[in-house]
Structure formats: structure tokens, C-alpha cells
Design a protein around this ligand. Structure first.
Ligand SMILES: Nc1nc2c(c(=O)[nH]1)N[C@H]1C(S)=C(S)[C@@H](COP(=O)(O)O)O[C@H]1N2
Ligand SMILES: [Mo]
Length: 511
């Protein structure tokens, strides 16, 4: 009931959930190696797992407390006050000291009241038998006038009723807290007048002679928003109100600037397909996607702010305190870097940073792609982003990589069939993809890049090889090289500290 009361207060005040606040604290305090290990262990389901773990540990502590207080020597009040304090403290650290305090106090008071009411219903409870000052003599059933009516059945009914009520209040509160947030996003309409990023018109780079037939299992060139991977430290997706949101540009700038969402939507917006890649993507993994982003070129905003000589790093901050930085020189080297407000023709989904985020071609997300953008600060190179003290590299250029999507399973039928996938090498662009069967020669594949807006090198390509599969077990390998003449690294190298290396290998049984 105490946990549920905390959720109810959060829903009413719009403040943080105490459970989530404690979870955020755990995430931020967790050592880098632990975060990496649990990401590997649980994938992105680590967030619900953490929150359920916090609820589970709290309930367990409650059960232990129940055993302790039923003897009558302790009241349990201080335990609940401590519980409220931890929640309120965590909420204060996540930036909501007042609503957190209210939630903590009400949660603790609820817990104390419910516990004391429960104790009055414990049949035969009271001071421990044998205590001459208050209790009955040993062996004589204790009779407290208040508990006369209590029976085992009455106690169980109370406990079950309270548990059901707690569940209902908690679920109802979470639903109430999430209400109407879809409307926030529906207020936003992307202007239709947009131009294409890049000096080159959108082109189709292809060595495909025959029409390219999309095959089941091959990643589409544009990743639909609903299928786009999500990685961030936020336990609950921030739901920013676009009507009150604004972002600032400050630090080593001549003019500090502030932009509302309408300001950004009224600027010269560009569309650009850019492949976004997580540094935690394993060889062959799916923490990578390609989308058409709509946004304001970062260079335009930096030019308006005017860079001072100390400005060496673009350090971006999110509304929830995450930050990531990359060199100013990278932002100005001609690649596409956007303060994006749209993704595949829609306002950004909440999960992907609504109302505005950064997307920088050729940089891993952890050094650049700050979602729920709050502030762009121009700093020296000495300032570090969120992941550096946790063991990740200061600089995060995306590595050349390729992935086999087809065949989808590990067993195929004998005969001619497609082997296909995606490859990326931003910002230079993929020049070629090769496949090798059973360690044999590298065979050039056909590559296809769609004619979407943007600089071609900043997006991945699809590739296709036609394989004449003979019965037996075979090993397929893929590698790519870029237009600067660099070959994908054979590795193997793990994801930390600056991204995995190695060729994606698939063992296939041909029957
Ligand atoms: N606010 C915020 N932005 C963030 C992160 C984060 O933890 N918080 N993670 C970054 C990382 S590590 C990656 S890979 C990308 C992922 O973006 P996506 O979830 O839209 O795919 O977001 C980046 N932006
Ligand atoms: Mo990432």
C-alpha cells in the first residue's frame, strides 16, 4: 500500500514515481562494467527487470518487517520512515524534491497506518507472552479488547483486501500518470516544406543488374519507427510537453540562444537518411537502424550562436540529465548533423526523443544522439559525457560493419538462393560488400541504396549474393569496405570501449 500510495501521489502531482526514482539512482550509481554486463544479460528488458526487482525487494523487506513487528516489540514506524526517506531522496536527486517529499511522506504514513491496522487484526497478537508488565502470564491467551473480534479469517481477509487494493491503486496510478501523453505529440505537425540534406541529389548507388526483389528477412532500407532499436538510460520514457519545452545553446558562444519547438519548426528544415548505430551493437546485432530524420542543421544553430575560440566540443544534455559530446570539428566537417524533430515523416516518437534530439552521421549514439534535448553547451574537450567515466571511449566514430540477414534460419534447402543483408560505413559510404563461403575467395555482392534524401554515405546499403548451396554444413562470412579504401576490421573485438569489430559469420546446414 505504501508503494501504491507513492505511485498515486506521483500520478496526481505529475512528480516522479518513487520506484522509478530509486531505479534511476541505481542506474546512475551502477559501475560501468555492471551496466554492460546486465545489458548483455537482459537485453533491453533490463529496465522492467530493474523496476520489478525494486518492487520485489521492497515487498520482501515488508514481509521481513511484518515478521519483526508481529512480536510487538517494534512498531515498524521507523522502517517506513526510512522507506519514505529513500524514495524522497531519490526523487530529489532526479530533480523533484517537493513532489518527491510529498510522495515519500504519504507513502510512509500509508504504510504505517495499514501496518498498524493489520497488527490490530492479528489473532492473539500483542506483547510477547511472558512479559509481566504488559502481557498475560505465559500460557494464558492474550486478550486485548481491540483484537477481541479478530480471527485468522478476518486477518487474512484484511491482508488479501489490502493487497488487491494496492495492486489496483498502483496500476490505476500508472495509467493515470500516462494519460493524455499521446495528445502532446499530436499537437505537433511537421511543415511540408523541407529540403534534402547534402550537396548531391539523392541517388541510387547500385550495381544491381536485375530488378531487386525484396526478400523476406532482409532489413528494409528504411527501418520503420516501431522496429527501430531503442537504447537509453531512462527507466520511463520522458513525455515532454512541447508547448512548454525549449532548448538552449550556451557555453562558449557569443549569443546564448533559446528555441521553442515552434521556432525550430519555423526554420529551414532538411530531410536526411542517416544510419544510427549503438556502440553496444555486437557483430551481427540489431542495435542499428536507418531512418529519414527531419531537422535543423546543427551548423545553422551554431552559426547563429557564434562560436567563441574556446568552443571545442558540442556537449548536448537531455531533460533527464544524460549528456554526450563530440568535437566541434566533427560537427563542422561537412557531415549531416541535425537537431531532429521528425523521424520517417512523423514527429519524433517519444521513445526516440520527442520533441527534439540530435542525430550526427557517422557517430555512435552514445557520443552524439541525445534524445529529449534540453541544452547544447559549447565546452572545451575536457568535459566528458555520461558514458566516459563508465569506461567507454571519448570518441565514437561508427566502424565499418556488415550483417547477414538472409538466410534467416540456420537450415536451407539445396540450390540457388539469396544471401543478403545490410552494410554501413558512415560517413564515407560503402564501396563494396563481399561474401566468402567456407573460407573460400571473397565474392563481390550486388549493393543497393535507395534513392531517399540525404548524403548516400551516411546510410547503410542492402547487399545481395546468389548462393548455389550444396548439401552439408557451410560457413558464410561477410565484410565491407568503404569509399576511402578502408576494409572492415576482421577483429574479433568486443563492444567496449569503442565498438565491436569482426566479420559476421553464419553456419548454415544445407539439406
Ligand atoms: N537522453 C538520452 N539520449 C540518448 C541516450 C540516453 O541514454 N539518454 N542514449 C544514446 C545511445 S547510447 C544511443 S545508441 C541512441 C539510441 O537512439 P534510439 O533509442 O532512438 O535508437 O540514443 C542516444 N541518446
Ligand atoms: Mo548506444
Amino acid at each position: 500500500m505504501a508503494l501504491a500510495a507513492g505511485e498515486a501521489v506521483a500520478a496526481v502531482t505529475g512528480g516522479p514515481s518513487l520506484v522509478v526514482a530509486v531505479g534511476d539512482l541505481v542506474v546512475d550509481l551502477a559501475p560501468g562494467w555492471l551496466v554492460r554486463r546486465t545489458i548483455g544479460l537482459l537485453g533491453t528488458s533490463q529496465k522492467p527487470a530493474l523496476l520489478m526487482g525494486i518492487v520485489g525487494v521492497t515487498l520482501l523487506a515488508g514481509a521481513v518487517l511484518g515478521r519483526v513487528v508481529v512480536g510487538g516489540r517494534r512498531t515498524g514506524r521507523s522502517a517506513f520512515m526510512g522507506f519514505g526517506l529513500v524514495g524522497a531522496g531519490a526523487a530529489a536527486l532526479s530533480g523533484a524534491p517537493f513532489s518527491g517529499l510529498v510522495a515519500g511522506v504519504i507513502a510512509a504514513a500509508t504504510g504505517i497506518a495499514v501496518l498498524e491496522a493489520a497488527l490490530r487484526r492479528v489473532p492473539g497478537a500483542g506483547p510477547p507472552a511472558g512479559d509481566p508488565t504488559v502481557g498475560p502470564p505465559a500460557g494464558v491467551p492474550f486478550e486485548d479488547p481491540r483484537v477481541k473480534a479478530s480471527t485468522r479469517r478476518g486477518f487474512i481477509a484484511y491482508v488479501v483486501g489490502m493487497s488487491v487494493a494496492a495492486g489496483a491503486v498502483a496500476v490505476g496510478s500508472r495509467m493515470l500518470a500516462g494519460r493524455g501523453s499521446e495528445d502532446l505529440r499530436e499537437q505537433v505537425v511537421l511543415p511540408s516544406a523541407r529540403r534534402t540534406a547534402g550537396d548531391r541529389p539523392a541517388t541510387t548507388t547500385t550495381t544491381t543488374e536485375a530488378p531487386w526483389t525484396p526478400m523476406p528477412g532482409l532489413s528494409p532500407w528504411i527501418t520503420p519507427n516501431d522496429d527501430f532499436y531503442r537504447i537509453d538510460t531512462a527507466l520511463v520514457v520522458p513525455r515532454v510537453d512541447p508547448s512548454t519545452w525549449s532548448m538552449t545553446i550556451d557555453g562558449f558562444v557569443e549569443h546564448e540562444l533559446r528555441f521553442t519547438l515552434d521556432d525550430l519548426l519555423g526554420m529551414d528544415l532538411v530531410d536526411s537518411a542517416i544510419t544510427l548505430n549503438c556502440v553496444s551493437n555486437e557483430v551481427g546485432g540489431d542495435l542499428v537502424g536507418n531512418a529519414v530524420w527531419t531537422g535543423v542543421p546543427l551548423v545553422d544553430l551554431l552559426a547563429e550562436a557564434g562560436l567563441e575560440s574556446g568552443a571545442q566540443q558540442v556537449m548536448a544534455w537531455s531533460v533527464d540529465g544524460f549528456n554526450a559530446g563530440f568535437p566541434v570539428a566533427t560537427a563542422l566537417d561537412g557531415r549531416t548533423a541535425l537537431v531532429a524533430v521528425g523521424m520517417n515523416g512523423e514527429p519524433l516518437p517519444f521513445r526516440h526523443g520527442f520533441p527534439a534530439r540530435l542525430v550526427v552521421a557517422g557517430l555512435y549514439g552514445y557520443v552524439s544522439a541525445v534524445k529529449w534535448l534540453d541544452r547544447i553547451q559549447l565546452t572545451s574537450l575536457d568535459d566528458d559525457g555520461y558514458w566516459m567515466p563508465r569506461g567507454w571511449a571519448k570518441h565514437g566514430p561508427i566502424k565499418i560493419a556488415s550483417r547477414i540477414d538472409v538466410p534467416t534460419g540456420s537450415r536451407v534447402l539445396t540450390g540457388r538462393q539469396p544471401v543478403a543483408g545490410v552494410a554501413w560505413a558512415p560517413v564515407a559510404g560503402v564501396a563494396g560488400v563481399e561474401v566468402s563461403v567456407d573460407g573460400g575467395p571473397w565474392i563481390a555482392c550486388r549493393i543497393l541504396q535507395d534513392g531517399a534524401p540525404g548524403r548516400p554515405g551516411e546510410s547503410w546499403v542492402q547487399w545481395l549474393h546468389t548462393w548455389d548451396a550444396e548439401p552439408g554444413v557451410h560457413v558464410l562470412r561477410v565484410r565491407a569496405h568503404d569509399l576511402d579504401g578502408r576494409l572492415q576490421s576482421p577483429g574479433p573485438k568486443s563492444i567496449a570501449p569503442d565498438g565491436a569489430e569482426g566479420y559476421h559469420i553464419r553456419r548454415i546446414l544445407v539439406v
